[in-house]
Design a binder for this molecule. Structure first.
Ligand SMILES: CC(C)(COP(=O)(O)OP(=O)(O)OC[C@H]1O[C@@H](n2cnc3c(N)ncnc32)[C@H](O)[C@@H]1OP(=O)(O)O)[C@@H](O)C(=O)NCCC(=O)NCCS
Length: 138
């Protein structure tokens, strides 16, 4: 993490799409991403100088639950501890907000090969299955 800068709630739609396309196909439309950025409860981005190299964000209600989304470290910057830093930033936000003394439910969805990464932070799978639908917007 030497010389890298962490920013809160500054991740833009263009930066999001750039990082998405560095690891996945089928990036969503920029207008969709803009709306999603505006309505995320917390966004983290990591910069090497002017260049964005990692992002993560959460949706949530701050009282009861959060959902971690779009954790991406650019392939050129993986395996250097940046992913760990991203998750710690998200967990620190959760711990410093909400109602003191309570516990908050934090969820995410991970492909099997990424589960060991999240287990390092204490996440564990249960028997629940992920149900989903892609719903057309009218
Ligand atoms: C998953 C991802 C975010 C990890 O980021 P990273 O910067 O490479 O991870 P770090 O270097 O911070 O690794 C932190 C620890 O997790 C471990 N780790 C990282 N990826 C792992 C994996 N796939 N399986 C097992 N352990 C892993 C590292 O070895 C390290 O362990 P250590 O602290 O004991 O040495 C990154 O690989 C990525 O962006 N992948 C593509 C997008 C993606 O799949 N995101 C996850 C969506 S659910």
């Amino acid at each position: 993490m030497n010389n890298l800068e962490i920013k809160h709630n500054e991740l833009t739609a263009d930066e999001f799409i750039y990082l998405w396309e560095s690891v996945w196909d089928g990036a969503p439309a920029v207008e969709q991403v803009k709306l999603a950025m505006e309505n995320s409860v917390f966004r983290v981005s990591v910069f090497d100088g002017e260049k964005i190299v990692a992002m993560a964000r959460m949706i949530g209600d701050m009282g009861l639950c959060y959902y971690i989304k779009d954790v991406v470290v650019h392939p050129d910057y993986q395996k250097q501890g940046i992913g760990r830093e991203l998750i710690n930033e998200l967990l620190d936000f959760i711990k410093s907000n909400g109602i003191s003394g309570t516990q908050i439910f934090v969820e995410l969805c991970a492909m099997p090969d990424k589960i060991p990464f999240y287990e390092k932070f204490g996440f564990s799978a249960n028997e629940a299955q992920r149900l989903r639908i892609m719903l057309p917007v009218e």
